[in-house]
Design a binder for this molecule. Sequence first.
Ligand SMILES: O=C(O)CC1=CCC(=O)O1
Length: 259
Amino acid sequence: MPKIQLTNFICHYKYENFGHEKTLVFSNSLGTNLSMWEDNITVLSHHFNILRYDKRGHGDSTISQDQVSIADLGNDVIELLNYLKLDQVYFCGLSIGGSIGQWLGINHPTRFEKIVISNTAAKIGTEEGWQTRIKQVTENGLESILTGTAERWFTPDYRAKNPDKVQEILNSFKATSLQGYTACCYAVAGADFREQLHHLEVPTLIIAGTKDEVTTVEDGKFIQKRTPIESLVTLDAAHLSNMEHPEEFAKHIIHFTQH
Ligand SMILES: O=C(O)CC1=CCC(=O)O1
């Protein structure tokens, strides 16, 4: 798959041109790579070309900084769009990807026709919580938070019925660079859109998981109340709702973007 040298890192991406006019860009969550969207592609390929990428220090993308901000990660998206000559796209980001989506919608509204932010919040967790996690993985490695990660990402029902899929994504989690993971933890720790949401004027859909304990339905409603244009739908899922309900997730995107 292609890689491109952007200003700050080598970005691994996958652009699938299905012959449509419009492109949908996917932005992953913390500790995942672009394969997290695999089960959403078939349905969406009938409507959009799809651009997926690994953010800094994730998947096959490199990183050379110990800390990054959501603005850094947002600017990476703009650079990639410029390189691929994509003037205006749809965007879908989950968790930290949803934080990137909020930043992009506020700071680069003309580049995005519509934005989907899933399993995210105006502020995800607390500074203290993120510092604790950074210390934990720095001292004991990503493996030390594997069980908790699986429990945050998937409901018990999904874990029981899809052991191979869970194992596959946990393998990619373990393979994530520690520097990449912690640098992006700093980005999440420092992101707070609570006072900026009224500037998010790009039409935005919020997808929340009713069993997501990291970014709750209440977090979604908080965004909904403060943005001028938005709608919110829920899925019976934990944090990686796009994997638990791939077709429903995709259908929400299609319905939102086509109406
Ligand atoms: O792995 C987690 O804790 C969930 C999460 C928070 C931000 C993100 O991108 O994933």
